[in-house]
Write a protein that binds this ligand. Structure first.
Ligand code: FES
Ligand code: FES
Length: 456
């Protein structure tokens, strides 16, 4: 397909396969070798670039979605003879050794400073959490960023926001094309209906690694990332409604989510490093119907339902009914997820999401667990819990829920609940660790619930 994209202020046109990655385009087509390939699956940050004002892993951006975008690469900041202030700070603070991670580190720092010109140490650590350095050590890198801030770097660049959100893309609508990029929901549904079996992509964070490993093959593609009806977060009729193509990054920035759904905020925040958050979508996380998906672990306790749409109309169902089994969502060939609908939590309710993985910013969790509880007259009036990374799909902890509903919390009950949850989960790998961790997290939540009950 023909794409056009602006890289470092220069317009480029390329004729490439729709799933060729932005990283490959930058390096192979445009000769911009600053962005590196490390892991190729969103875990190292060596390929980081800024796309439409947000940090992304260029190894996870397909050409079809790069089209019409504005890209900033390390070459757009400065050259070795004429470095910008941030690049110079990396050199003077000794934050560069082999240099493999450095372009990605600098662009992650630049993306942070464009959004937040006065970052705290914690802000810097979070912003760079998806960028791995194997030889320098992070303290010098953090020091370089602090030096650039102190030297006034943030007043030397124009803040880039909202550049070309759909842009002047050359969407492939033609019959001869294998990638469709509609810009309305009705167009997307018509294409889906006319092309049964077509592969749908949104954030593409799972699909690109799957494509590389041969687990994903396609003949035709439908890119729904440009459909405005599938984006955004609204509050209406006692529910929070989230478009399926809303990214985890947008969820994290939403004041509605921060106010009403702090546990969903936490799950989105823990879903990966910022570059992954800026691409991965809530609909994609659900549609995979995978046991490792994090968001269902909290969406289930929050009582979420899913709206799926086709040219024939809309079906709405509870999330537990939508996820029928491993990789088996209740989605017909001509349907796509349009909305995720979450009832506004009751006043005084408590919700929590916990995730444990081998690294904070790592996308894959070893265990994720979500809780929702309502307390009335000192008793647990409603209790819902779900766990992920334990079984083929994230599931409610039914026995735990039944045990706790209508009970008054006590240390004896907490112990019984921890044992019940431990026995209820049935992980296939690292079973003892996961069972023990489940019981610890149940205990942790219930102990917090006791304190909360004393407050309300
Ligand atoms: Fe590792 Fe892209 S190459 S995140
Ligand atoms: Fe070598 Fe970071 S400087 S990996």
């Amino acid at each position: 397909m023909k794409i056009e994209l602006t890289v470092n202020g220069v317009l480029h046109i390329a004729d490439v396969p729709p799933m060729k990655t932005l990283l490959e385009i930058l390096r192979d087509e445009l000769g911009l070798k600053g962005s590196k390939e490390g892991c190729g699956e969103g875990e190292c940050g060596a390929c980081s670039v800024i796309m439409n004002g947000r940090l992304v892993n260029s190894c996870l951006v397909p050409a079809a979605q790069a089209s019409g975008s504005e890209i900033l690469t390390i070459e757009g900041l400065g050259t070795s003879d004429d470095m910008d202030m941030l690049q110079k700070a990396f050199v003077t603070e000794g934050a560069v050794q082999c240099g493999f991670c450095t372009p990605g580190m600098i662009l992650a720092a630049r993306a942070l400073l464009e959004e937040n010109p006065s970052p705290s140490e914690e802000d810097i650590k979070i912003a760079l959490s998806g960028n791995i350095c194997r030889c320098t050590g992070y303290e010098k890198i953090y020091a370089a960023i602090n030096k650039a801030v102190a030297d006034g770097y943030c007043s030397t660049f124009t803040v880039r926001r909202n550049l070309c959100s759909s842009g002047n893309a050359v969407p492939a609508h033609g019959k001869e094309s294998i990638c469709f990029a509609p810009e309305t929901l009705s167009d997307a549904l018509r294409i889906l209906d006319d092309n049964r079996g077509i592969s749908v992509i949104a954030g593409a964070t799972d699909i690109i690694p799957d494509l590389r490993n041969g687990r994903f093959k396609y003949e035709k593609l439908l890119d729904i990332s440009r459909v405005p009806e599938l984006k955004g977060i609204t509050l209406s009729d006692g529910a929070i409604v989230i478009g399926s193509c809303t990214t985890n990054g947008e969820i994290i920035r939403s004041s509605i989510v921060k106010k009403y759904l702090p546990a969903l905020w936490e799950a989105s925040f823990r879903s990966g490093a910022p570059a992954v958050q800026n691409r991965a979508t809530i609909g994609g996380n659900i549609a995979t119907a995978s046991g490792a998906a994090d968001l269902p672990s909290i969406l289930l306790p929050l009582g979420a339902s899913v709206a799926v749409e086709s040219i024939s109309g809309t079906r709405e169902m509870r999330l537990e009914d939508f996820i029928r089994g491993y990789r088996d969502p209740d989605l017909m060939e001509n349907e796509l997820i349009s909305l995720i609908i979450i009832p506004v939590p009751k006043k005084g309710s408590v919700q929590k999401f916990y995730k444990r993985g081998s690294r904070r910013a790592l996308t894959l969790s070893r265990i994720s667990i979500g809780f929702y509880a309502e307390i009335k007259n000192g008793e647990i009036d409603e209790f819902r819990a779900a766990a992920g990374s334990m079984s083929p799909v994230p599931v409610h902890l039914d026995k735990l829920e039944s045990l706790l509903r209508g009970k008054k919390l006590s240390s004896g009950l907490i112990q019984e609940a921890a044992e019940t949850a431990k026995a209820e989960v049935n992980p296939r790998r690292s079973a003892m660790w996961r069972k023990t961790m489940t019981s610890k997290l149940v205990t942790k939540f219930l102990e917090e619930l006791i304190q909360h009950r004393e407050i309300i």
